[in-house]
Design a protein around this ligand. Structure first.
Ligand code: HPA
Length: 273
């Protein structure tokens, strides 16, 4: 058994000592959405610090716990506060929570994040359904001995973001009257925001949005057969696309401004998916 899989099994055991809750859907909450987990019907919480070997999030404003509960009668597990590669963890630790939620029983994973708009037609406050991603700028979370227990050595990545889930997201956004962009998310390492030249590179690559999370989690979850979907909140235009300098406060402010709509959309998606 590989050490990564052993660690995963250890974490699973820690969580199972606290709860036998069986989630159907897993959610990872990005900036501004963190308090969504406080508003659901909570059955059990597990602090990351209670889980042996679990990477603990260090970003200010990010909580660190799993919330088990119900969204409109659908059993969910929510990762309240994610782990980022820029915090210094190995990529296998960054995706450990996504894998763990899969082992806890989640068949679907809904990913959310804050992202910079690379597509010039986007504006801050837009939502973008992720149709595909680019992970060229980060190490693959699948590097190392393959976890045969989870998936194959050379997994297909031609449909990471499940088409059926995507069409449900579109339908639910339309029903709620929430505008929805679509596009490709490029993950870079951070923690620095990109340079204008890097953003031009991302655009040339085919990206519509850029961020520091999500795609690695999507890849690891897809590897183990979880159906994945994702939505970015475009919190700012990426470097070089506006005259403004980038700072975390702007990201947080935009995310907070549209949080109510974002939460509505997430609840609708959980119920319909
Ligand atoms: N770049 C990278 N990550 C981000 C950005 C950005 O412009 N905005 C929010 N997260």
């Amino acid at each position: 058994m590989s050490s990564v899989y052993e660690k995963l099994q250890g974490c699973l055991k820690s969580v199972r000592e606290v709860t036998d809750f069986q989630p159907e859907i897993a959610l990872i909450l990005g900036s501004g959405l963190g308090d969504y987990a406080d508003e659901i019907q909570i059955e059990q919480t597990v602090e990351y610090t209670q889980i042996e070997g679990f990477p603990t999030s260090t970003v200010a404003g990010h909580k660190g716990r799993f919330v088990f509960g119900y969204v409109n009668d659908v059993p969910v597990v929510i990762m309240q506060g994610r782990v980022h590669y820029y915090e210094g963890y190995p990529m296998t630790d960054v995706v450990l929570p996504a894998r763990l939620m899969g082992l806890l029983g989640a068949k679907k994973l809904i990913l959310t994040n804050a992202a910079g708009g690379v597509n010039p037609d986007f504006k801050p406050g837009d939502f973008m359904m992720i149709t595909d991603h680019i992970t060229t700028g980060i190490p693959s979370p699948l590097i190392g001995p393959n976890l045969e227990e989870l998936g194959v050595r050379f997994p297909d990545m031609s449909e990471v973001y499940n088409r059926e889930c995507c069409s449900i997201i579109k339908k639910e956004a339309e029903k709620l009257g929430i505008g929805l962009q679509e596009g490709v998310y490029a993950q870079l390492t951070g923690p620095a925001y990109e340079t204008p030249a890097e953003i031009r590179m991302c655009r040339t690559w085919g990206a519509d949005a850029v961020g520091m999370s999500t795609a690695c989690e999507a890849m690891a979850a897809h590897h183990m057969g979880i159906r994945v979907c994702g939505i970015s909140c475009i919190t700012n235009m990426a470097a070089g696309l506006s005259s403004q300098q980038l700072d975390h406060k702007e990201v947080q402010e935009t995310a907070d401004r549209v949080a109510v709509q974002f939460k509505q959309l997430i609840s609708a998606i959980v119920s319909a998916i």
